[in-house]
Design a protein around this ligand. Structure first.
Ligand code: NDP
Ligand code: MG
Length: 414
């Protein structure tokens, strides 16, 4: 089922090409800008994407912007970027938009179904999938099913339904380019050799704010402490995932499907400085890494412009300064989520969807002050262990088990 021709492997890796359309990156001299649909434009990745578009010297233009409830910031983005479509997925939030609030030439659409429809429009050249959580699956699936090139930040799509999504992309000619910095690094490092020459792929992890905390101290973690990430500025959900290292679990599963790599070839190393974004080790022992300051504008631009590169707004590595790069193995006792990620990547089927759904529920409970920090990984493990496993699920199976996991976990937290 895991044919390499539906992976996002770079063209030089021996697999089929990723970004299929000609002139993908666009260039200043081309006739029209590449039209981009930005899903989750009001979020951290969405705002960085708009910075990349604004600094692209006309290579890219925002054709569609989409937010959920942040209507004020969304309207401000519309005034600056003048998209054809503004989509608000939350109907109640959309109802607060008064007549005359939209800039001339921008139309309003409401709800996730309208979004899923609009991303398939022929005008759309690239879709940036940056909605947070399982809510991102529907529109990402629609884009892939329509054969679009998707710059994927919403890792949850692949965690939940990786095999189905990659298979659909292969059928439609769609492609997925990673925005996640680790996967962007891997994508770049894979351009150094042939697929059969890869020994293993190592994802770096900052280790989060509690990297050095003892097990006892981890039991005292507050939401405010967990929201204070040492190196990356991100939305709240992924920030908590980084603190538990569940983010690395989700990324292991994401890498497993995106690059069609067996779980045994995937590893995690803790690298507190977040300068090396991931590494590929080849059979001869050579290790190829991608480096840069922690700034998501670079992987976003890479995914938008691939296979081209141009001077963009991302921060530069400062070779005039002294840097220390440390690497250490993850502590699976204190951060059991990493082990869960390895297991779910190896087992496949519905493991990823259940892990993701359980995690979304418990993270919300933790942020609301209703769950101690160490319980996040424990309840996720319980959900994965107890769920009625399906080895080759349909999309319906996945959504059913997503709902099952959320309901179960909620009863356990009562
Ligand atoms: P944010 O929380 O900052 O933004 C989330 C976005 O999703 C907002 O635009 C929000 O709209 C929208 N949204 C929330 N709920 C829904 C919903 N039910 N339906 C439709 N849209 C919704 O998240 P991030 O930008 O940090 O993360 C986005 C995705 O990118 C996640 O999957 C994350 O894992 C991934 N990612 C993020 C990285 C980062 O550096 N931030 C790095 C790598 C991956 P509104 O604001 O209107 O509520
Ligand atoms: Mg990442």
């Amino acid at each position: 089922m895991m044919a390499s021709d539906r992976t996002a492997a770079p063209a030089s890796s021996g697999s089929a090409p990723v970004a299929s359309s000609a002139g993908v990156g666009g260039s200043v001299g081309q006739t029209r800008p590449q039209q981009v649909a930005v899903l989750g434009s009001t979020g951290s990745i969405g705002c960085s994407t708009l910075e990349v578009i604004a600094a692209s010297a006309g290579r890219f233009a925002a054709w569609l912007l989409c937010g959920h409830r942040s209507v004020g910031p969304l309207l401000e983005q519309a005034r600056i970027h003048r998209p054809r479509w503004l989509v608000v997925t939350d109907a109640a939030a959309a109802a607060t938009i008064g007549a005359g609030a939209l800039p001339a030439g921008t139309k309003l659409a409401v709800g996730p179904d309208r979004l899923a429809d609009l991303v398939t429009a022929p005008e759309v050249d690239r879709v940036v999938s940056a909605i947070v959580g399982a809510a991102g699956l529907q529109s990402t699936w629609a884009a892939v099913a329509a054969g679009k090139t998707v710059a994927l930040a919403n890792k949850e799509t692949l965690v939940m339904a990786g095999p189905l999504v990659m298979q659909r992309a292969a059928q439609t000619g769609g492609s997925i380019l990673p925005v996640d910095s680790e996967h962007s690094a891997i994508h770049q490092a894979l351009r150094s050799g042939q697929r059969q020459e890869v020994q293993r792929v190592v994802l770096t992890a900052s280790g989060g704010p509690f990297r050095t905390w003892s097990q006892d101290r981890l039991a005292t973690v507050t939401p405010a402490e967990a929201l204070n990430h040492p190196t990356w500025s991100m939305g709240p959900k992924i920030t908590i995932d980084s603190a538990t290292m569940m983010n690395k679990a989700l990324e292991l599963i994401e890498a497993r499907w995106l690059f069609d790599l067996p779980a045994e070839q995937l590893d995690v190393v803790v690298h507190p400085q977040s300068i090396v974004h991931s590494l590929v080790e080849y059979v001869d022992g050579s290790v190829i890494a991608q480096l840069g300051p922690p700034d998501m504008k670079l992987p976003i631009q890479y995914a938008l412009a691939y296979p081209e590169r141009y001077a963009g707004p991302a921060r530069r590595f400062d070779f005039g300064a002294t840097h220390q790069l440390e690497f250490e193995p993850p502590d699976l006792e204190r951060f059991p989520a990493v082990r869960l990620g390895h297991e779910a990547a190896a087992r496949g089927g519905t493991s990823g969807a259940v892990l993701n759904a359980a995690n979304e529920e418990v993270v919300q409970a933790f942020l609301a002050g209703r769950l101690p920090f160490p319980q996040i990984a424990r309840l996720c493990e319980r959900a994965v262990t107890e769920h009625p496993f399906e080895p080759e699920p349909t999309l319906e199976d996945i959504l059913r088990l997503d709902a099952w996991a959320r309901k179960e976990v909620r009863t356990w937290m009562c």
